[in-house]
Design a protein. Sequence first.
Length: 291
Amino acid sequence: MESSFTCVLDVKASLGECPVWSVDEQALYWIDINAPSLNRFDPAHGTNSAWPMPQAIGCFALRVRGGFVAALRDGIWFVDRQGGLERRIAAAPYDPEHHRFNDGRADAQGRFWAGTMNEKRDASSARLYRLSSDLDLVPVLDDMTISNGLAWSPDGRTMYHADTPARTVRAYDFDGARGTPANGRVFAHFEGETDRPDGAAVDSEGCYWCAFYRGAKVVRLSPQGLRLTEYSVPAMCPTMCAFGGDDLRTLYVTTARQKREADELARLPESGGIFAMRVDIAGLPEPKFGG
């Protein structure tokens, strides 16, 4: 297993997630679900700004009009450039006592996708939702416990999606005009106890980079689902990947330190930090929400 990851922000987040690179600002936005907070990391200066959120924030996307669209526990909100809540545009489509939003991002057509998770993990009651630019929220996929790993191929014709406890990533034929996945099939299935696919990103060659929560690694899979390379991360719980830098050849990964044992944190003290490494193949610019 290769490893070139170094910690670029030793922030000790409880549950760092959803890194999103802003090409315009050359900055990495990310969240701490548990803090809860929306953050802006400036790698040129090594500084981080944190904007507290009133409740758990599962994912977000940049908006074409500026600011963000963010999935909080009680629904989906518009958030301004300074991290202030503007207005709720969709109520939570679940019981927030035991469900919350999780992984999500914008697609190339400017829609926002947000999955949910069953925090009790006692039923396959989570879903993946699509928010159109006219703010219509509809369910698209169901029968899962923790929605994760959402990404698209460079040509937009394939959508990837993971259910973490099932250790399975599925691929779908994607109709970009309608925003509908079809013909779901197993893209990759993992057997190891710590092979739990979390957040992901796709590079310009169409390879799928996936963080393995509790696996201390990031895995690169070919467009056919073959495991090409593994990279160890100096934290047991990497959560999601994002490509950044001026050439989109810096791979960032967020991590978590929640619920980890003291001896593990002593051995891996940068857990909860943001890690980065240079890669040979560039990523893709992150789309923005058009609403």
